[in-house]
Design a protein around this ligand. Structure first.
Ligand code: ME8
Length: 663
């Protein structure tokens, strides 16, 4: 019998906006699991995609004055682009308007209607468009969505509809959960599901009046199918339900369905398995609802301007460190699964990212590789030396780390898996420190030095394989630099369980530092006036290149009081603010510093919404030489505090008149 395909899914994301690090997180984790399973030799189907029939998608299109189809056709490919940059190795990308999916949704609807699970009625209650969720009258107070993460206004809906008989599945769902330990993870969220179900399930409306967007109800084109009924079915569309029976048989049930906690309880752990039961299809093997990321302590939201674009973050990290872009992507992947155990909430901070980059990647891993390869270069002409024997202590430490890493990755404990790999890295560094090949060479013990260096190269080879699900590009680079033949994808995880595989006598190719350390006090690379600033670079856009007399970075320049007196720093009021066309980071501000209005450009758009700045008093360097930035003449510079790359505008402690001097 053919082996079952390992089937892993992410949610399909709404296309009302481009992906941020929250969506990227789920997708990166799914990618890590998919790569790990492939290394283990499993055939994998890794699916992701876009959920396009939501009302909020139609509203976003309307806000732009275009039809929903044009809108989704523009945004959906952006997801693919971002996933490509983040090295997401998906096998299938589904878009809900595709005919293969429309057919599945309509057929599922028809079958459930025929069996009586879907019945006609009238819906009267609330609907939250941002959450695309129906709420009972009693669930809503103050006209706001009861989901604490949302709390946006709900709409009152009264229309003829179809209901899905969810209430009939209460006992079957509880029984499924009880007889399949581990089907809902993590455990603490399973308990939430059980109490949600025990609290009583209500039938759920599964159609809406057709306003020109959505999949029509079969034989009743005045109605469209509820977006969640449509979206959840994507998982069986991809697996081949109704289109490829053999594929479906080998693929379903899904081995792992990943999502955030926001859509875990109500939709994926209740509605979804009930729909499948109604269709006579087995529920998935494991549903995992992970925690949410905040950014610098704040909930991610577009209006707060902190919905970080993962691609841009990688670009910034690359420019700040000098690492290759794909290595910067890897560092972000590493950070997000290393920082907290998978499942719980986490906070993203740039300083923590920089810290991990420097300590784990540049210091521990980078050092191991660089110093070993330079010694191989100096003492053995860059050729992998032949060991005189097996260094048992490092071998056993490294192999036991691999075993632990395998167990941890299999049970989705990524942080523990990476800790285990870092034990191998530290073992390698310690081995070099203790055995000191440079001393051995001086003492003429060339064979011993060869054994030490070979063992560390072998450690690096094993680290490359085990690290590759999380950091595929960096692993490829390590592999290349140590001269290992072929690629880790073809040798697979099994090659990490063996010691002594790296052939002696082959040429190494390093060292070329993969993770150049980020010098926190280093001057930022000179940015072109108006260029988007990298992580931590100035947000007050300098109108000109740094002056010629810029001192070397180590010396803090000292200025005299007379020089300081030349600065005209004043309080100014913001009169208007708007984004500079064609940039994500620049705002054009009209400010009044007491002597009439003028325009300045500031690199703060990532953190401040233009509307919220109106009337704010800021501190302005008023006599800076004017400069054109992206076509806008800027006359002065807004001063802000730099907190780990984030701009915080300085404002006076009390209300002071515009034009007041700052001394
Ligand atoms: O809910 N932290 O799509 P969506 C971690 N279309 N993960 C986050 C996150 C954060 N701050 N923000 C979002 C939908 N996510 C539906 C899904 S599936 C049949 C239909 C991730 O675009 C997380 O996986 O709102 C969350 O569940 C998902 O994005 C929500 O994506």
């Amino acid at each position: 019998m053919e082996e079952k395909v390992f089937y892993i899914t992410t949610p399909i994301y709404y296309v009302n906006d481009v992906p941020h690090i929250g969506n990227a997180y789920t997708t990166m984790v799914a990618d890590i699991v998919a790569r790990f399973q492939r290394l283990l030799g499993r055939e994998v189907l890794f699916a992701t995609g876009t959920d396009e029939h939501a009302i909020k998608v139609a509203e976003a299109a309307e806000a732009e004055g275009i039809d929903p189809k044009t809108f989704v056709d523009r945004i959906a490919p952006k997801f693919k682009e971002v996933w490509k940059e983040l090295e997401i190795s998906y096998d299938d990308f589904i878009r809900t308007p595709e005919p293969r999916h429309v057919r599945v949704v309509q057929e599922a609807f028809r079958r459930l209607r025929d069996s009586g699970d879907i019945y006609r009625g009238v819906y009267e209650g609330w609907y939250c468009v941002p959450d695309e969720t129906f709420f009972r009258e009693s669930e809503v107070t103050d006209g706001l969505c009861p989901n604490p993460e949302c709390r946006r206004p709900v709409q009152w809906v009264q229309e003829e509809t179809y209901y899905f008989r969810l209430s009939a599945y209460q006992d079957r769902l509880l029984q499924w959960i009880e007889s399949n330990p581990g089907c809902l993870q993590p455990e603490f969220r399973k308990n939430e599901v059980v109490s949600f179900i025990k609290h009583g399930l209500q039938d759920i409306s599964v159609s809406r009046a057709n306003r020109g967007w959505g999949i029509p109800v079969p034989d009743e084109p005045d109605k469209v199918i509820y977006v969640w009924f449509d979206a959840l079915l994507n998982y069986i569309t991809v697996a081949g339900w109704l289109s490829d029976e053999e594929k479906f048989h080998r693929t379903w049930p899904a081995d792992l369905q990943l999502m955030g906690k926001d859509i875990f309880v109500r939709f994926h752990s209740t509605f979804w398995p009930a729909m499948l039961m109604g269709l006579g299809i087995q529920p998935p093997r494991v549903l995992f609802g992970h925690g949410f990321w905040s950014v610098e302590g704040e909930k991610i939201s577009k209006s707060r301007g902190n919905a970080i674009s993962p691609a841009k973050l990688a670009e910034d990290l690359a420019s700040r460190s000098g690492a290759k872009r794909e290595v910067a992507v890897d560092a972000i992947r590493y950070f997000m699964v290393r920082e907290v155990p998978f499942g719980v909430d986490a906070d993203f901070s740039r300083s923590a990212l920089v810290h991990r980059f420097n300590s784990d990647l540049a210091n521990d891993l980078g050092n191991l590789l660089n110093r070993t390869l330079s010694m191989v270069g100096s003492y053995f002409d860059g050729v992998v030396p032949k060991p005189a024997g097996v260094a048992e202590e490092i071998k056993s430490e490294v192999l036991s780390a691999v075993a632990e890493c395998e167990t941890a990755l299999s049970s989705l404990e990524f942080a523990r898996g990476l800790e285990a790999i870092w034990r191998a890295v530290s073992a390698g560094n310690r081995f070099v420190d203790e055995r000191a090949p440079w001393r051995l060479m001086k003492e003429g013990k060339r064979e011993e030095a060869a054994t030490v260096l070979y063992s560390v190269l072998e450690t690096a080879r094993i680290v490359a394989i085990t690290l590759s699900p999380v950091m595929p590009s960096a692993a490829r680079e390590i592999w290349r630099q140590i001269g290992s033949p072929g690629d880790f994808e073809s040798v697979g995880w099994a090659a990490a369980l063996e010691w002594g595989v790296l052939p002696s006598g082959i040429m190494t190719a390093g060292p070329q530092p993969i993770f150049p350390r980020i010098e926190e006090r280093k001057r930022e690379p000179k940015a072109e006036a108006g260029a988007e600033s990298p992580v931590g670079a100035g947000f007050a856009i300098p109108p000109q290149q740094a002056p010629e007399e810029t001192k070397p970075e180590a010396e803090e320049p000292v200025i005299s009081y007379d020089e300081f007196k030349k600065l005209d720093i004043r309080v100014a009021e913001i009169k208007s603010a708007e984004q500079v066309a064609g940039t994500d980071k620049l705002l054009q501000l009209t400010v009044d510093p007491g002597d009439g209005e003028r325009t300045i450009v500031a690199g703060i758009a990532q953190w401040y919404e233009p509307e919220k700045l109106l009337g704010k008093k800021i501190v302005l360097l008023a006599n800076l030489q004017p400069a054109k930035i992206r076509g806008v003449e800027s006359r002065g510079m807004l001063l802000a505090a730099d907190v780990d790359g984030r701009a915080i505008i300085l404002t006076p402690d009390e209300d002071v008149p515009s034009g007041a001097k700052v001394r």
